[in-house]
Design a protein around this ligand. Sequence first.
Ligand code: DC
Length: 237
Amino acid sequence: MTVRIPVITIDGASGTGKGVVTQLVAKRLGWNLLDSGALYRVLALATQKHGVSLENEPVLQILAEHLDVKFQTPETGELPHILLEGQEVTDAIRTEKIGNAASKVGTFPSVRAALLGRQRAFRQSPGLVTDGRDMGTVVFPDADVKIFLTASPEERARRRYNQLKEKGIDVNLSDLIEELRERDKRDQERAVAPLRPAEDAVSIDTDRMTINQVVERIMLEVTNAHIENACGKKGAM
Ligand code: DC
């Protein structure tokens, strides 16, 4: 008998808080976590490392198919250490430059297809919480709960600004707003798997909500879907 492994997808643009929200929901449930953006970011870093142009789709596809990436998760729900070709790149992939490059490599259908199987492989017992742009529409269309987070560009840029400031990185707020708009446009207008809510997704406007309120709101959807004990918590058996 095959046990169906439940999935919760949390999609949205950058700065909507989906990364931290996904991590907290995964931790609450004791489920596995997939940060799909990290995969696109690692690929973007690999293009830099190997001197591959962001326009060269055939070579990008080969790079995506052979990408030597490892996600090492210390504990369920914890953020993984990410290794590219054996080297730790956990922090190196978080720059704005790599985020923009990731958005560019993500416009190519063959690159997206090459990364599909890797993303689906994260669906392991007892369940998966995943964040990205196309988790509910393309990668896990049969997900049990689909969430789509939104926030105004100004609020998202402000959050990102504070995050970078905390890390000691100096940035200009109006430049950030401009970059976010550009990235949104590219992510929303690409021909394949554009950023948009699945028809059966629950949209949550996070502008005036704290992270914890968003998590509680999602947990309510999870409770209503009666899936949190579908397979039990990891390590509970
Ligand atoms: O979520 P993030 O900011 O780490 O994602 C970086 C870029 O990667 C994003 O601008 C577009 C691309 N991406 C994608 O195309 N599909 C995903 N599922 C996740 C990210």
